[in-house]
Write a protein that binds this ligand. Structure first.
Ligand SMILES: [Zn+2]
Length: 209
């Protein structure tokens, strides 16, 4: 099937909607493209990836930033592993840049930042653990992640902000796998800062080859 409506060329492998606040896991084979669509806008999509053959090799924010000499992920960014190999390339994005330094929210960080009453709120770390458990990965396999569609500007003095997003309904990012990958997502449940516009919403995952 040719997925003309999405502008993606090639046979459609998968087309799923991830509900608000939910985890997701998928296998993206070398050469296939994963498209993530921010269906309703300003939805942070926390993202990890592991080499399918040996998940000791996984995404490395540090190696990616150092190699490209820039903290933002844009069209053309090559996403590197902890072994310095290309895991994936951003082949297209309708959002100017994406974050890879802001990290993932957790119950623990929520209580520190926003107060003890947030302890019971669902968070990205729990989603990652749930999705990773399918392959037997645990907390020690959690590394610095990508935040698709999340706006984390860095000020001249080095200060970070988590501010209103620059995404909008229907915008997307295309990630072409350069090796067989397991992609793990937390559709961020955060409601205490503007990363999801205070309103978590569904996203769409499409894989085409
Ligand atoms: Zn989160």
């Amino acid at each position: 099937m040719i997925q003309d409506a999405l502008g993606l060329r090639g046979r459609l492998i998968l087309d799923e909607t991830v509900p608000a606040r939910a985890p997701w896991r998928g296998v993206v084979r070398k050469g296939q493209t994963l498209r993530i669509v921010d269906l309703e806008g300003n939805q942070a999509v926390d993202f990890l990836m592991y080499a399918a053959d040996d998940d000791a090799e996984r995404y490395s924010a540090q190696d990616t930033i150092a190699a490209q000499g820039n903290i933002f992920l844009r069209e053309g960014s090559i996403l590197l592993s902890n072994e310095g190999r290309a895991m994936a390339t951003i082949t297209d994005t309708s959002v100017a840049y994406h974050d890879t330094i802001g990290g993932a929210c957790s119950c623990e960080s929520n209580t520190l930042r926003y107060g003890h009453h947030t302890k019971s709120q669902h968070a990205c770390v729990e989603n990652f653990l749930q999705a990773n458990a399918v392959d037997g990965r645990g907390k020690r396999d959690m590394v610095s992640n990508i935040n698709w569609f999340m706006n984390v500007p860095v000020e001249a003095d080095g200060a970070l902000g988590i501010v209103d997003g620059i995404s909008a309904p229907g915008l997307h990012v295309d990630i072409r796998a350069e090796m067989d990958l397991v992609a793990v997502v937390s559709n961020c449940p955060q409601i205490n800062n503007p990363c999801n516009g205070f309103n978590p919403t569904p996203v769409r995952m499409v894989i085409a080859e």
